[in-house]
Design a protein around this ligand. Structure first.
Ligand code: SAH
Length: 353
């Protein structure tokens, strides 16, 4: 039994079942035993691999989209460039390298990273090699300047709540005890999600992420007021449907309740909820990652890089291109949503809604 599991069991015994959001928060971010706080989970030797870890092309193209968005806004002299949940810092390092030739862009930006994990903060500072400031929360970002934000696989790590429909109402899915073991259960009827009675059937599960919506609201308010864009990339869909709560360890799915603190816990992102929460900022159409990267020129970029490669390096480069864009790999499951100031164009790669 993990130390965190013992604590969760004692807590539930004392005060009753907890929401999935509370369970996720403890498992991912407990200061002593949390999954992200205690380790670097990324890469082939870790538990999962993300797009920037698959190929440098991902960050390069994100960088070009951001730099073009900056030019489309008349090259403002002072901006904030911020990343939410930067992991190892690979994406931001690639963004900065790809944009180093854009006249004035680096001189205009102040770099800010939102990161909860001390382990990953240290790794980011090492990888990025550019002056930067870390913050715990998005509200801590300085305001008054256009805000350019990237977030890849950040929102999927934020806590969700799950509701299961009865005929006329909803019950919340909770984590309680069966004997001495953590087990899923259901609360009594709760007043929630009245609008979702219209497009669901009894027994169906719908997920919400109050923490994600709060962050989208802050981002949206800032971008509507000060200008800028946000590029949000994650797995998910336009509207939450069904149980997507999942745990991964060593690149394999595992039971989310099995080893609290030792597995990555995520859920699919509800892009409709993010877009609505971000109002009054404009939200783009939700665009599949493969389409987004093709529009930004991933194929010519892949060909240019391929010219200098042979043998296994060439093979893995070709596999990486396919992995990022192919519908059966990350091309369709992953989506891009951009937020931007009403009256300005969306960043390159996505369409207005
Ligand atoms: N964007 C990176 C890493 C994704 S993993 C990549 O694409 O490779 C999720 C990241 O979000 C990690 O850096 C994790 O520590 C951070 N994170 C998770 N929950 C967070 C929270 N509530 N506040 C700030 N950072 C968080």
């Amino acid at each position: 039994m993990t130390p965190l599991e013992e604590r969760l069991i004692a807590r539930i015994r004392a005060t009753g079942p907890i929401t999935i959001a509370d369970f996720m928060t403890d498992c991912l971010l407990d200061p002593d035993h949390g999954y992200y706080t205690t380790r670097d989970p990324l890469g082939a030797s870790g538990d999962f691999t993300t797009s920037p870890e698959v190929s440098q092309m991902f960050g390069e193209l994100m960088g070009l989209s951001l730099a073009q968005a900056w030019m489309d806004r008349g090259t403002p002299e002072r901006i904030l460039l911020a990343e939410l949940g930067p992991g190892r810092g690979t994406l931001m390092a690639d963004v900065l390298r790809a944009t180093s030739g854009v006249p004035g862009f680096h001189a205009a930006l102040d770099l800010h990273l939102i990161e909860a994990s001390p382990t990953l903060r240290a790794r980011q500072t090492e990888t990025i090699r550019h002056p930067l400031t870390h913050h715990d929360r998005i509200e801590d970002l300085p305001d008054g300047r256009p805000l350019f934000v990237i977030a890849n696989e950040f929102f999927d790590a934020l806590p969700i709540r799950q509701f299961q429909r009865t005929e006329t109402a909803w019950r919340e899915r909770v984590v309680g005890l069966t004997g001495d073991q953590l087990a899923f259960g259901l609360s009594g009827p709760v007043a929630a999600l009245p609008l979702r009675l219209g497009d669901t059937k009894p027994g169906e599960i719908v997920e919400t992420s109050p923490a994600s919506n709060a962050i989208a609201a802050t981002l949206g308010a800032r971008i509507a007021e000060d200008g800028g864009v946000a590029l949000i990339i994650d797995y998910g869909d336009w509207r939450s449907r069904g149980d997507t709560f999942q745990a991964v360890a060593n690149h394999e799915p595992v039971d989310p309740l099995a080893e609290p603190g030792n597995a990555d816990l995520t859920a699919h992102v509800d892009f409709e909820a993010l877009a609505q929460a971000a109002s009054p900022a404009a939200a783009s159409a939700m665009t599949p990652q493969g389409v987004f990267l093709e529009r930004l020129g991933i194929t010519p970029r892949a060909e240019a890089l391929a010219r200098n490669l042979t043998g296994p390096a060439l093979e893995s480069h070709i596999a990486a291109h396919r992995r990022l864009t192919h519908p059966k790999e990350m091309g369709t499951l992953f989506k891009v949503l951009a937020l931007y100031q009403p009256g300005t164009p969306p960043p390159p790669g996505v369409d207005p809604q």
